[in-house]
Design a binder for this molecule. Structure first.
Ligand code: SF4
Length: 367
């Protein structure tokens, strides 16, 4: 692997981060050339300084699987690739709620409702949109979980509705750097993804947006992806490592990242995003040996996606807890700053004001 080099040292960078300075692309690229051990130590120091010393766990449900018209080269759910996965339409509120209750029992603090497609559309599939909203309400009202969503590209109106319904984090990964993105996806652009993140943020939702490592990107691409996320402003940065699914173009190419590079990237991400949770997500179990899985946590990561992923099995929450403990950390047992009662109160105020509007004779808008 060829690294760009720079003059930055890990100690200098750490000092600047601790003083509240934001590191930039030049810093990030220079850090990628520094020794992994020193970076891991710095990443952990940043996590301990800016965080609460806990590892936050979230869980997801794949609420609508396969048949996506997009062509993301890593994705088993694209209609363009013959991957043989189970495909199904939106699960509906009952099954989504069942999955949320399972996640809650397993110790998750956040639960993400994910659908496989470019975007759930209020305009084009109004019945499905209503089912998604009903699922959000059931989970919000019947579980003590943050409710998050990953529903693809959003309009401003859709984002405003989701925020009002109590969606705390909107997930929409950028996957890789702006320059490398077109190597992975043809059917939509990096800018499309950024636009949805901006729309979600504008509506009041926090952002969860991250990357997939090992898709053939360079260390500089990894830094540039993190810099793009700095500009967008995120609170959770999922770090996936490619889990090649047979039939996808990237499975033919194979995974192109070592354990050392994964650990190094996590540490650099923590230095670039001191106040965001750096969250280990899909592909960690297949790309890291059992006795390596705690290493990214020792390098500054402070979040996990636990349980199953969208189309591949994950790890049991018990096993994830062992990894957290092995790294000398504790699981987060709070639902962060999420206050379900406040969200429910906000929701009922909205419902009251809508019914007042309706009683004044206004027609509900459906567009
Ligand atoms: S990553 Fe999302 S948008 Fe891309 S093919 Fe998969 S489901 Fe569709």
């Amino acid at each position: 692997m060829v690294y760009e080099t720079g003059n930055e040292t890990v100690d200098d960078a750490l000092e600047r981060v601790m003083a509240g300075e934001r590191l930039d692309r030049t810093d990030g690229v220079a850090l990628m050339a520094q020794p992994t051990d020193a970076l891991a130590e710095a990443g952990a120091a940043v996590r301990d300084h800016f965080g609460d010393g806990t590892v936050d766990a979230c869980s997801i449900v794949n609420a609508k699987a396969g048949n996506c018209a997009e062509d993301c080269g890593f994705c088993a759910q694209s209609v363009h690739f013959d991957t043989g996965i189970d495909t199904y339409g939106f699960l509906g509120p009952e099954k989504v709620l069942e999955a949320a209750k399972r996640a809650e029992r397993d110790g998750a603090q956040r639960f993400g409702i994910v659908v496989a497609e470019k975007g759930v559309s209020k305009e084009h599939r109004p019945d499905e949109w209503e089912e998604v909203l009903e699922s959000i309400r059931r989970v919000r009202d019947e579980c003590d979980l943050e409710v998050d969503a990953s529903l693809g590209i959003l309009t401003e109106e859709e984002a405003a509705i989701l925020a009002e319904e109590g969606i705390n984090h909107y997930n929409h990964n950028i996957e890789t750097s702006p320059n490398y993105f077109p190597e992975i996806v043809d059917s939509h652009s990096f800018e499309d993804r950024v636009k949805t993140l901006e729309v979600a943020k504008e509506a009041g939702m926090d952002l969860c947006a991250g990357v997939i490592l090992g898709m053939g990107e360079s260390p500089t691409d990894r830094v540039e992806a993190a810099i793009a996320l700095q500009d967008i402003g995120i609170s959770s940065l999922p770090v996936n490592v490619l889990n090649p699914v047979a039939g996808t173009p990237l499975a033919e190419q194979g995974v192109d990242i070592s354990t050392e590079e994964i650990v190094k990237t996590v540490a650099v991400y923590k230095l670039l995003h001191p106040e965001s949770r750096v969250r280990l997500t899909g592909g960690r179990e297949v790309n890291l040996a059992p006795d390596e899985q705690h290493l990214p946590l020792e390098a500054g990561a402070d979040g996990l996606l636990t349980g199953d992923y969208l189309t591949t099995g994950g790890q049991s929450p018990g096993k994830d807890l062992e990894i957290v403990e092995r790294a000398g950390l504790e699981p987060n047992t709070d639902t962060n700053d999420f206050d379900p009662e406040a969200v429910k109160a906000r929701h009922s105020e909205t419902a009251e004001s809508s019914s007042e509007t309706a009683s004044m004779g206004a027609e509900p808008s459906d567009d």
